[in-house]
Design a protein around this ligand. Structure first.
Ligand code: SF4
Length: 699
């Protein structure tokens, strides 16, 4: 039987056609009807059926390493969480969620934690992915809303890829851009990235700038737009606030292309060419991802881009928009339910007028916190201090993905109660779990995800769950009922949760708020089951959703104006030193996903790049008596990383690249995160996992 579902990997959110074959699936294909991919799949998506099966799965609940059954596990957790809440307060309990969860799971977790346990400490691995873009959207638009859609990447006459390598990390979007380029050879692409990546192949201009100087480049563009007559004064006057302060700050750091070129280590002519193309191309779309977000100034970097789009009125128009793309399949869904420590629920913040009262009434919540909670890095520091006595980690592996993972390991090792829900049996994080709970995996669980263009798609349960695995929403609800919260967590299934989530999206009552699923709040179970992809907002005025936002120039700020943000450039926290002379950056590779707990199961995905590596300029290797293919260490005061050298003249001299994926199941010394410090963006809380320094040493 053929079924439609959604790929669980990257934020493109491709539709998948799957045919059930016994307890498994036949080779999957791209869904020709899904608007994201219209039939295509990348290599990771096309190997999905190879990652299924019972091998390596967590199949039964475990308490202190011993198998148990659900009744005992639920009862134990209900008792322990009640005791902790009563003795130490709700805020002694924390939740660390994941962009791999389905929206329904995320919604129930957020409701349970904030409304019923009474803890604000609910954060997510999406903090590591795109929280800087979220903070930038809120500063500029008053709401975390992506203005454009994937079609804009095709309609644009100029695409600017800033800190993004979609050829490897969002492959289907890159293929769409390639196809548009082949059909319209006159359209241009600019790649802004210190490295020469696979995405550079199609570029007309590559700006291999000095790491961490992006805001200078974009500030210089803002000045150029003002001085060259490209500034859309009428639109800015009507729809924006504070352009003068932003322009003044831009002139301070980037008064002319010569200064920009010198500070960014670029050729003046290349800087001028980029500025000229941007200024004279009305249909320009700027696409960014983790390369910008994962920085102590990630929010500023995103706002520096948005400033340039506001100055030209290029926002939410066909082919003309700033476009932040998420890494994970449901980072957007987590943002929608409020699964970040600084959010309350459904795009409402703690200080949104009337939000707490409306939500407490709607949920009949006994305990809604008053202040935001700890963001990811701070949350693990609070665990280490003992302020948090219990953490429930769902569908993520922070002991590989957080910067400085040894500190996170230390925190979990001394935490009195660590609960981990996961679909796999053996992760670095599960090894420290007091209670391990088997969660359903892809193709087993039912629910929705939202991709980078706000498109909600169904993931469908197609095959039987392995062992006693259960949906995350079921597990959370069962524990909530064991604590006495019966009525609020008596869900018949994911459709009921989705309807409630859709209703919460209407609570703010602010007509300027874009996130609104009001027209989906009455979906029948049958309609939910048959739901086809749809882009929010979905309201009575827009029952089929909206591709683009802000076309009327009205934003979700109090006065309806978009805000220019003055940007004062800040470089990376760590610069090269005598003992750690090389800059280190990190990223993903084409065929692996996150910490490899699933893609590592498909043999053919291991063939592309099969071991941790260190990509470096040949001159740097030679200076260290190393050749291509040698084993070498990267080492700094915090940690070390062992990889095989890969010589590349696409690296800037003095800079090396390491992939983020390998975990302790595959390698003992291949954790890239070990090199990266716990430096965060103070606005977004996103860690600076694109910038470290280290020494290169022979093995
Ligand atoms: Fe899956 Fe992303 Fe590949 Fe699409 S591009 S198939 S969503 S990994």
């Amino acid at each position: 039987m053929g079924c439609k579902t959604t790929c669980p990997y990257c934020g493109v959110g491709c539709g998948v056609d799957a045919t059930i074959n016994g307890n498994g699936l036949d080779p999957v294909r791209g869904d020709p009807d899904h608007p994201a991919n219209t039939g295509r799949l990348c290599v990771k998506g096309s190997a999905l059926h190879e990652t299924l099966g019972s091998q390596g799965r967590l199949t039964r609940p475990r308490i202190q390493g011993r198998d148990t059954d659900w009744d005992q596990a639920i009862q134990y957790l209900g008792t322990e969480l009640t005791r902790l809440r009563d003795e130490r307060g709700g805020d002694s309990i924390a939740f660390y969620l994941s962009g791999q969860l389905l929206t329904e799971d995320y919604y129930v977790a957020n409701k349970f934690a904030k409304g019923f346990i009474g803890t604000p400490h609910v954060d997510t691995n999406s903090r590591l992915c795109m929280s800087s873009a979220v903070a930038a959207h809120k500063r500029a638009f008053g709401e975390d809303a992506v203005p454009g859609c994937y079609e804009d990447l095709e309609l644009a006459d100029l695409v600017v890829l800033a800190g993004a390598n979609p050829a490897w990390n969002h492959p289907i979007l890159y293929q769409r851009m390639q196809k548009a380029g082949a059909e319209r050879p006159e359209r241009r692409m600019v790649v802004i990235d210190p490295r020469r990546t696979a995405s550079r192949e199609q570029a007309d201009l590559h700006l291999a700038l000095r790491p961490g100087t992006d805001t200078i480049l974009w500030n210089g563009l803002l000045v150029w737009l003002a001085d060259s007559g490209a500034w859309d004064h009428a639109w800015v006057e009507a729809h924006c606030s504070s352009p003068e302060a932003a322009l003044e700050a831009a002139r301070e750091s980037a008064p002319n292309p010569e200064t920009v070129a010198e500070r960014c280590d670029l050729a003046v002519a290349d800087v001028q060419t980029f500025y000229e193309w941007f200024a004279t191309t009305p249909r320009t779309t700027s696409f960014w991802s983790q390369g910008l977000n994962q920085s102590r100034s990630g929010t500023d970097r995103a706002n520096a881009i948005i400033n340039c789009h506001l100055a030209t009125g290029r926002i939410g128009r066909p082919g003309a928009t700033p476009f932040s793309v998420t890494g994970q399949p449901n980072a957007m869904g987590g943002r929608e339910v409020g699964g970040l420590a600084n959010q309350l629920a459904a795009h409402m913040d703690y200080d949104t007028p009337g939000a707490r009262e409306a939500l407490a009434h709607f949920w009949q919540a006994p305990a809604l916190p008053e202040e935001p909670g700890h963001k990811a890095v701070a949350l693990f520091e609070a665990i280490e201090r003992g302020d948090i006595q219990c953490v429930w980690i769902m569908a993520t592996n922070p002991l590989v993905s957080l910067p400085d993972p040894e500190r996170a390991r230390h925190a979990l090792a001394q935490c009195p109660l660590v609960i981990v829900s996961d679909c796999v049996a053996d992760t670095d994080t599960l090894a420290l779990a007091d209670v391990a709970l088997p969660a359903m995996g892809w193709a087993e669980k039912d629910g929705t995800v939202t991709n980078s263009e706000r498109c909600i798609s169904r993931q469908r349960g197609l095959i039987p769950a392995v062992g006693e695995a259960r949906p995350d929403w079921w597990i959370i609800s069962a524990v909530a009922r064991a604590m006495g919260f019966n009525a609020a967590f008596d869900y018949a299934g994911p459709a009921a949760i989705f309807r409630e989530h859709a209703l919460v999206s209407t609570l703010s009552g602010d007509p300027k708020q874009q996130f609104n699923l009001g027209a989906l709040a009455t979906l029948s179970d049958r309609d939910y089951d048959a739901m086809t992809p749809i882009q929010w907002p979905v309201t009575p005025e827009h029952p089929r959703g909206r591709e683009r936002l802000f076309q009327d120039g009205v934003f979700a700020t109090p006065d309806g104006h978009a805000c220019f943000i003055p940007i004062h450039p800040k470089g990376p926290a760590r610069g090269p030193t005598v003992t750690t002379p090389l800059r280190v950056t990190s990223g993903r590779i084409r065929d692996q996903w996150h910490t490899m707990t699933r893609t590592g199961r498909a043999a053919r995905l291991l063939q592309h790049l099969c071991e941790p590596f260190i990509e470096a300029h040949p001159d740097d290797l030679a200076a260290h008596d190393l050749a291509d293919g040698d084993l070498a260490w990267l080492s700094n005061g915090q940690g070390r990383y062992l990889g095989r050298t890969r010589a590349s003249d696409g690296m800037r001299p003095g800079e090396v690249f390491v992939p983020i994926h390998w975990n302790h199941q595959f390698t003992t010394n291949g954790l890239a995160s070990a090199l990266f410090p716990r430096v965060i963006d103070p606005l977004s809380g996103q860690p600076e996992t694109k910038h470290a320094t280290a020494a290169l040493l022979p093995f």
